[in-house]
Design a protein around this ligand. Structure first.
Ligand SMILES: [Mg+2]
Length: 290
């Protein structure tokens, strides 16, 4: 049996710049068992190298090759569509580096695509250029649909909000690459040579991680360390394969996270006393308790 993992980063491995307890043990488990994995994030600001360095300060050692951002996925997607095309980019180094590495030329002169990513310094001038280029026929791509992002002082407007502004001005909707588009998962799977039927997606959100995992044909694990609580979870018309408190609950059973295979080395079968999962089942709306 070969198992592989895709795991969300924020809310699963780290939170507010700190490692979530057990994340290091989980990663060690993957390495000790030669398990292929990729860490996913919809954040397109930073390059995988930057993120790898930031993760190291939290105590997590993840090489850049194992970090898949919505910018990386966008560059992968675009170069699969057009070899070495042209794009006008509104975004940060995560996106521009990704496209450059894919052989794309970044230009504001008659580009085939306008690619919008996350930035903290949206300029009126850059957005105006994007709007004019899209109005003249450039195809509109956006790294991720998130409309807000977290900050210590409150929410920040994110890529999806700026995309909405451009849509209002051009009447053109972007094609979003990041989660919940399963293309984010499929491109990551291709890159590590993994197959969806043997891969587990771990995430902290129902509307992005679990949805994208499900639609890409993966088994899914929802961790409660993010923003999903039971009332929220039970409202969705789909459910994760398993619900756990945190990544620590998966760390000791990486070879057999669903307790399907008896006697698998390094696996700890969750058994019948898996309270989080049981409560997840019981939370189905409209089903009376017996
Ligand atoms: Mg998350």
């Amino acid at each position: 049996m070969t198992i592989s993992y895709l795991t969300d980063m924020d809310g699963v491995l780290i939170r507010e710049g700190e490692m979530i307890p057990g994340a290091d043990r989980f990663l060690r488990g993957l390495r000790d068992n030669d398990i292929e994995f990729m860490v996913l994030t919809n954040n397109s600001i930073h390059t995988p190298r930057d993120l790898s360095a930031r993760l190291r300060t939290t105590g997590l050692d993840i090489e850049p090759e194992r970090i898949w951002t919505s910018a990386t996925a966008t560059a992968y997607f675009l170069s699969s569509q057009v070899k070495e095309g042209t794009a006008y980019v509104v975004g940060e180094s995560g996106l521009t580096t990704g496209l450059h590495e894919a052989g794309w030329v970044l230009t504001d002169v008659d580009p085939e695509y306008v690619v919008l990513g996350e930035t903290r310094t949206y300029s009126f001038e850059a957005i105006t250029t994007a709007i004019r280029l899209i109005s003249r026929g450039a195809k509109f791509i956006c790294t991720n649909p998130d409309v807000t992002g977290p900050a210590p002082e409150g929410i920040l407007p994110a890529t999806g909000s700026v995309a909405a502004l451009i849509t209002a001005a051009t009447d053109q909707h972007p094609y979003f690459i990041g989660k919940p588009n399963p293309i984010m998962m499929r491109s990551a799977l291709n890159t590590i040579g993994a197959h969806s039927e043997n891969t587990v997606m771990i995430g902290d959100r129902m509307d992005t991680d679990v949805k994208a995992g499900l639609e890409a044909g993966l088994k899914t694990v929802l961790v409660r360390t993010g923003i999903s609580n039971d009332a929220v979870i039970s409202k969705y018309p789909y459910r994760p394969t398993r619900i756990v408190e945190s990544i620590a609950d998966v760390a000791d059973s990486v070879l057999d996270p669903f307790g399907e295979h008896e006697g698998v080395t390094g696996a700890t079968a969750p058994g019948g006393a898996d309270a989080p999962e049981a409560s997840g089942h019981g939370a189905d709306p409209g089903v009376p308790e017996n």
